[in-house]
Design a protein around this ligand. Structure first.
Ligand code: SAH
Length: 494
């Protein structure tokens, strides 16, 4: 019998990536296919398997949205092939997330599914703005309301009378466009003119912005502040709590959103943890993680004799080698060569895999070695001289990195990019090229900060960093750098 697949509807939470449930994260890590919406924080895509298929439901390159029927089809196709599918939705999948329709279509075709709730924007976002949705003194009931409908004019279709008189706090989703009619209707149906209103944009992200007003003033305020979707409208006395309970938007690094490529999957550095505590959003992931040796390169290694010197330039070259052994199901006892390396980290990585290597200071100490590493590693050693052979590892950008970057840039989730070494800079710029983003556009939207020596590499590629640091960058320097603007070198770029 053909294996049946399963679909998990997963709530991704409102934005802060740590507001994903543990269960949601587990299935995200297991999934073969992920079908995700626009309002999902793109960093969550990096929780998926590197070979998982990612399908974006928002605007496609041809500028149309994936239609609901297409989404149903996509879910069915993969589930029928026996795949584990995650349908990743912003907030909670059952709150204005159309999970009912999608689940119904699966059920009709006998496909199993589970719904994994998430934290809905209507509750989490006001909490991040300092206004709890209920409060013993201000609010004993709340309603979540769609500020948009299928009607021709898109106006919300609700029982205004009941809403205006029957609940203490009302939260409108998708309502910014119809704000004027929302406040008019509420007043027309008896709500006091001075009732407090909050509009919170990009809630739970470091760039969260809150506009305060009353039913009579808010339209003007929102227009002046140019608030657009995604935003939540909260109406009711609880909104005034914000004056006492504001905690999120006034942290020292609130509004700073940093992308900083990372070396490997190791834990986040203490500096980044501190920035996060101070209010920054941190997007820190390794950029080129898929490392492989080609089949012919592996064949070369298998043919080595017991006296030949297989030398690894870095721990990531070991990772590429081990990965390729696994992929091809090669018994490691078939490798006869002697193992060498040039630093302790590489030695450790080899030891983890069961290979004991000798450490040398320089390549020239070895006669005719077979050297495994990346081009940039070899260059930093002064290139390959003399006899021997260089086996270059493949560093491939995976689909999920590409998707993450594309979403991150298009939604302007990031306003600061820090490049700590040359290989990060080249990987990053290659990735930009793959998503067809021009460096000038990047510089217009982001502050680019780099280590001093990386500056040259960047300039040769068309970007003048806003700030260059010497050894390490601290939070004060980060703020200073943010106040400067990066400029593209247009001549080189064209
Ligand atoms: N299922 C989602 C809601 C989807 S409808 C949930 O449970 O949260 C999309 C609307 O949700 C947006 O138009 C906006 O009104 C709201 N929204 C989602 N994420 C938001 C965020 N981070 N900040 C403010 N509003 C958000």
């Amino acid at each position: 019998m053909q294996q049946r697949g399963i679909v998990y509807f997963v709530g991704a939470g409102p934005g802060d990536p740590e507001l994903l449930t543990i269960k949601g994260r587990r299935v995200l890590r297991e999934a073969d296919v992920i079908i995700f919406d626009r309002l999902v924080n793109p960093i969550l895509l990096m929780e998926t398997k590197s070979d998982a298929k990612l399908v974006y439901c928002g605007k496609q390159p041809c500028q149309h949205l994936l239609r609901q029927e297409d989404i149903h089809k996509e879910l069915l196709i993969h589930a029928r092939k026996g795949k584990t599918v995650v349908r990743l939705k912003g907030g909670d999948p059952s709150v204005f997330g159309r999970v009912g329709e999608e689940a119904e279509s699966l059920s009709k075709h006998g496909i199993s599914f589970e719904i994994i709730p998430g934290i809905t924007a209507g509750i989490a976002v006001p909490a991040y703005a300092g206004a709890t949705i209920t409060h013993r003194e201000h609010s004993r009931s709340f309603a979540v309301v769609s500020g948009h409908s299928k009607a021709r004019d898109g106006q919300p279709q609700v029982n205004w009378k009941a809403l205006a008189s029957g609940v203490d706090t009302i939260v409108f989703y998708m309502g910014v466009k119809h704000l004027t009619s929302i406040v008019e209707q509420l007043q027309a149906h008896g709500m006091k003119r001075e009732t407090s209103v909050l509009i919170i944009q990009w809630g739970t992200y470091s760039r969260q912005r809150t506009i305060e007003g009353t039913l009579t003033t808010i339209v003007q305020e929102v227009r002046a502040a140019k608030v657009t979707n995604p935003a939540i409208i909260m109406v009711g006395d609880v909104a005034t709590l914000r004056r006492k309970l504001q905690w999120f938007e006034n942290r020292p690094l609130s509004g700073v959103s940093v992308f900083i490529p990372k070396e490997d999957q190791s834990n986040e550095s203490l500096t980044l943890q501190e920035w996060r505590r101070l209010g920054a959003d941190i997007y820190s992931k390794p950029l080129s993680i898929k490392k492989r040796l080609t089949v012919s390169q592996m064949d070369t290694i298998l043919e080595l004799s017991a006296t030949e010197k297989l030398t690894f330039l870095s721990s990531s070259s070991v990772v590429a080698f081990i990965q390729s052994l696994h992929d091809r199901e090669i018994d490691m006892r078939r490798i006869l060569a002697e193992f060498y390396c040039m630093d302790d980290q590489t030695k450790e990585e080899l030891k983890k895999a069961g290979f004991i290597a000798k450490k040398v200071q320089r390549l020239s100490e070895l006669y005719s070695p077979i050297v495994v590493g990346s081009e940039s590693e070899l260059t930093s050693l002064g290139g390959f001289r003399g006899s021997g052979q260089f086996i270059q590892i493949d560093e491939m950008v995976t689909v999920r990195e590409k998707q993450m970057m594309q979403r991150m840039m298009e939604e302007q989730h990031v306003n600061t990019i820090i490049l700590t070494n040359k290989s990060h800079a080249t990987n990053f710029l290659n990735l930009l090229k793959e998503i067809q983003m021009r460096p000038s556009l990047l510089a217009a939207n982001c502050t680019i900060i780099c280590e001093e020596q990386v500056g040259e590499t960047l300039q040769s590629m068309g970007i003048v960093p806003a700030y260059m640091y010497k050894e390490k960058i601290g939070s004060e320097e980060l703020l200073f750098a943010r106040s400067k603007v990066s400029l593209p070198v247009v001549a080189i770029e064209s």
